[in-house]
Design a protein around this ligand. Structure first.
Ligand code: AMP
Length: 119
């Protein structure tokens, strides 16, 4: 199945739907999650049309991958999360509980994050 350009993050990237922007550069857009699960809960999405971390890892260029992960680190540091730590999550597909089919990394921090997998 191909990329669905009507997914909500694609609409945010095109400026059709607003977001609470945290950071933007040539490679990523980052914004606060609409339903935060931690004091800091930022979503980082690539500007390219990638469905999942699997699609991104297989199809993105080295430049896109480098730009993406550099932005994740920059945002975590800018938010003051690096010293105490934080969690990144990339839900993938049905078993991974991915709701929005545009690759995104959740950055969660600002407090001790609970168990890695909820029971
Ligand atoms: P996932 O299950 O990894 O696909 O997570 C999708 C995330 O997107 C959830 O944490 C939602 O709360 C979040 N979300 C959905 N719509 C929006 C939106 N319009 N702005 C910000 N976050 C959103």
């Amino acid at each position: 199945m191909g990329y669905d350009d009507q997914n909500i993050f694609a609409k945010i990237l095109r400026g059709e739907i607003p977001c609470d922007k945290v950071y933007e550069d040539d490679y990523v857009l980052a914004f606060n999650d609409i339903a935060p699960q931690a004091p800091v809960h930022v979503l980082v999405i690539p500007k390219g049309n990638y469905i999942s971390i699997d699609d991104f890892g297989r199809e993105a260029s080295a430049e896109e991958i480098k730009g993406f992960y550099e932005a994740v680190s920059k945002i975590a540091n800018d938010k003051g999360l690096a010293s105490d730590g934080f969690r990144t999550i990339a839900n993938t597909g049905a078993h991974g509980g991915q709701e929005v089919p545009h690759f995104h990394i959740h950055i969660l921090g600002g407090a001790v994050i609970g168990p890695m997998v909820a029971s």
